[in-house]
Design a protein around this ligand. Structure first.
Ligand code: GLC
Length: 752
């Protein structure tokens, strides 16, 4: 195919090639029938198909055709279920094939630097390993249907404030270990056919014009073979973007982009070879997809709706269940409070907005599942009317209804404008009316359960007053069906948080530097994002990363490693046993973290490096096995420009959450990387004392200067003397050890 593509390109005029590197219309590439180049359609993603036939927009303002609305990434991530995520991607790919769409713009793999980011509902996690694993599976699912995913927004797009111009200033190690790592794993394991460049700058350079990002890292280091598409209207200097490795400018630029390319080539600042190589990348994907096109297929809406329910069931997190208030009995008096029970929050606002095939209503699903219960609804608060009197009335009615019930379920959460593209939240609070309602109801009803529907972490000032909390996130079109099943125990909750819920905003790592000032945001918290921050600083979160309850319980035992010493080129096999010690079947997410003991570089206390989800019948026990490679132990060494493992001891920590480690083993890893030593006059005695060639000389010089045993002064000779620079040895030896000898010593040390 490549030969034919090169031949085809050789027939195209400069104008035709430059036209192909930009959109043909808002959602389509440009077709060239005379060359057999089909027009292709791109639409959003990520949690469903948002195909617009009329009035296109990229902000979620205009309608799209009906499709299955799955839980958004924030919720899906809580399933920690790679296979489930792949199933969802496959279904979306199938719907794209059915609707004649060739590219689905997603998944979003940006890291949740702050819970305030308005698009966190569209992203998976604060942890790059979890995020990259789930994104990779979403990509594989979509592409299994012959449809291209478009991994976005590459990269460091972690806020909505001033997103078109903000410059994310981030140090290299943080960039590599946190913000790029989420994309790296998704590119290498998911192998997306396209990647979408983000709007923002990274360290002063727009992503869409960032050669180091789009060519050196994405292509040369990670082996990305597809093409890079811009975010919509993200490109300003089209010729520079092309040079950097941005292949397709979307949507349309009214000829401006094309002219910039042609002018640059004509004046010699851009080579036509660069354009040809870019067009080749685009055509390679277009022809691949076109070969995989399946005409006349349709998807089964009911099956996809059931999958949406299955995904929602595993995406919801049981955060509190005091006195086993849950599951609810199907008998007795149940009060259902809150407008979200009738008008559910099931997705975020913006370009990802889906027009659902079928939207279930929580109140209806609850009534359906408990026909013999006496279920009473009360609004509790108004989303539209902030009038105090009106809401006082609603609250007092809800209190009255609750007082007469056996249990109350309050639907609370973030109204649509809190979880939306284009704006960030200012705080982590629920609307105050909701907090007041919950407080008032708890005063009269001890058995109060709160169901939250929100796209990102919220504060819960009433957490000690309620008996149960379900975090259902934005659970898609079937969230109500799933929630009813979980509330009544038809299904056992298994979700675990993919982001930390902090107690309050000022404890979050980016609190001081979010969303930055004017056009710059500094990632001064560095590596310490999410649990990496709370662990290191020793702050107790409201609910930790990886936390989630079940209606059963699990016992962990018998951690085994296949070796206690390994080279950084070897793999470590870890196994543990998990047993279901409760009375009902359940799924458990086993998490494995790695900690470096006494590291000589600054590192988080522990980092997630593996996870598995297992289903167990009551009393059933299974072995869970993990394989750890070099990256499980490595940090990014900026002087080496590579991932590096320093020889030393590491803890393998296995647990139910980041704060509930149940098993651990200590192992040693030995580095096989010969670090290039570079001694200079500024090197210290401590730097060279392990070198035999230096030991004798340095000890002789030092001992000749000692008048008394400094030990008697209680000085720690090692560290005091160790800090002396080699350049001082000539002076310390009063010239006996000459500069020439010192220079020769350093030369010989650097030689071997
Ligand atoms: C939007 C979003 C991006 C989306 C694109 C097309 O502005 O940033 O996620 O895929 O434009 O709608």
């Amino acid at each position: 195919m490549e030969k034919n593509i090169k031949k085809l390109i050789s027939k195209m005029t400069l104008d035709e090639k430059a036209s192909l590197s930009g959109g043909g219309s808002f959602w389509r590439t440009k077709g060239f029938p005379k060359y057999g180049i089909p027009e292709m359609m791109l639409t959003d993603g990520p949690h469903g198909l948002r195909k617009q036939d009329e009035t296109p927009d990229h902000l979620g303002m205009n309608e799209s055709i009906p499709s299955t609305c799955f839980p958004t990434a924030a919720g899906l991530a809580c399933s920690w279920n790679r296979g489930l995520i792949k199933e969802v991607g496959t279904a979306i790919g199938e719907e794209a094939q059915t609707e004649g769409v060739q590219f689905v713009l997603g998944p979003g793999a940006n890291i949740k630097r702050s819970p305030l980011c308005g698009r966190n509902f569209e992203y998976y996690s604060e942890d790059p390993y979890l995020s990259s694993q789930l994104a990779a599976n979403h990509i594989q699912g979509i592409q299994s249907q012959g449809i291209s995913a478009s991994l976005k927004h590459f990269a460091v797009n972690n806020q909505e404030t001033n997103r078109f111009n903000i410059d994310a200033v981030v140090d290299e190690r943080t960039l590599r270990e946190i913000y790029l790592a989420s994309f790296e794993g998704a590119v290498i394991e998911g192998r997306p056919w396209t990647v979408m460049a983000a709007y923002n700058k990274i360290n002063g350079v727009f992503c869409s014009q960032n050669k180091r990002l789009l060519t050196d890292i994405l292509r040369k280091e990670w082996g990305f073979k597809g093409f890079v598409v811009s975010d919509w209207f993200a490109v300003s200097e089209r010729d520079k973007a092309l040079e950097a490795g941005l292949d397709l400018e979307m949507p349309i630029s009214a000829g401006v982009g094309k002219s910039k390319i042609i002018d640059a080539i004509k004046k010699g600042s851009l080579s036509e070879t660069t354009l040809d190589a870019s067009i080749e990348r685009i055509l390679r994907v277009i022809f691949k997809i076109s070969d995989l096109k399946r005409n006349g297929i349709s998807y089964n809406k009911k099956n996809h709706h059931s999958l949406a329910k299955k995904a929602a069931l595993e995406s919801m997190v049981l955060l509190k269940n005091e006195d086993k208030v849950l599951p609810l009995s199907k008998k007795g008096k149940i009060a259902i409070i809150g407008p979200f029970a009738k008008k559910p929050r099931y997705q975020g606002a913006g370009s990802s907005r889906i027009n659902p095939n079928q939207l279930d209503i929580p109140f209806d699903q609850i009534k359906k599942l408990a026909p013999d219960a006496e279920i009473t609804y009360s609004q509790g608060y108004s989303l539209e009317n902030s009038d105090q009197e009106v809401n006082d009335g609603l609250i007092s009615e809800a209190v009255e209804v609750s007082q007469k019930s056996d249990v109350t379920v309050i639907f609370a959460g973030l109204p649509e404008m809190y979880d939306m593209e284009g704006r960030d939240r200012k705080d982590l609070k629920l609307p105050s009316l909701q907090n007041t309602l919950i407080d008032q109801v708890c005063k009269v009803q001890k058995k109060t359960v709160v169901v939250l529907t929100n796209g990102s972490a919220v504060e819960m000032p009433w957490i000690n007053d309620v008996k149960g909390v379900f975090e259902s996130y934005l659970g898609g079109e079937a969230m109500a069906d799933a929630l009813a099943d979980l509330l009544f125990g038809e299904n056992n909750p298994s979700g675990k948080l993919a982001e930390t819920f902090p107690k309050q905003l000022n404890q979050t790592p980016s609190f001081i530097n979010f969303p930055g000032e004017k056009d710059k945001v500094e990632y001064r918290e560095g590596l310490f994002v999410g649990y990496r921050h709370y662990d290191k600083i020793g702050i107790e979160p409201l609910f930790p990363f990886g936390y989630g309850l079940s209606y059963t319980d699990f016992k962990y035992s018998n951690i085994q490693v296949d070796k206690r010493k390994l080279l950084d080129t070897q793999e470590l096999q870890v196994s543990i046993k998990v047993k279901n010690i409760g009375k009902r079947t359940g799924k458990e997410i086993v998490q494995l973290y790695v900690k470096e003991n006494n590291s000589s570089v600054i590192r988080p206390l522990k980092e997630l490096k593996a996870f598995k989800k297992v289903e167990l019948e009551p009393d059933e026990e299974k072995s869970v096995r993990f394989t750890l490679g070099k990256r499980a132990f490595a940090y990014y060494d900026v002087s080496l420009h590579d991932w590096h493992v320093k020889s030393g001891k590491f803890e393998i920590l296995v647990g139910k959450s980041s704060r509930d480690i149940l098993l651990n083993e200590t192992i040693s890893v030995e580095s096989t990387v010969k670090l290039k030593k570079k001694y200079t006059l500024d090197s210290t005695i401590a730097d060279v004392m392990h070198e035999p060639a230096a030991q004798a000389i340095v000890s002789m010089i030092i001992s000749s200067t000692e008048r008394s045993n400094t030990d008697s002064l209680g000085i720690d000779r090692e560290s005091v003397l160790g800090g002396i620079k080699l350049s001082s040895l000539v002076a310390i030896s009063q010239g006996k050890y000459t500069q020439m000898k010192l220079n020769n010593l350093i030369k010989s040390l650097n030689k071997n």
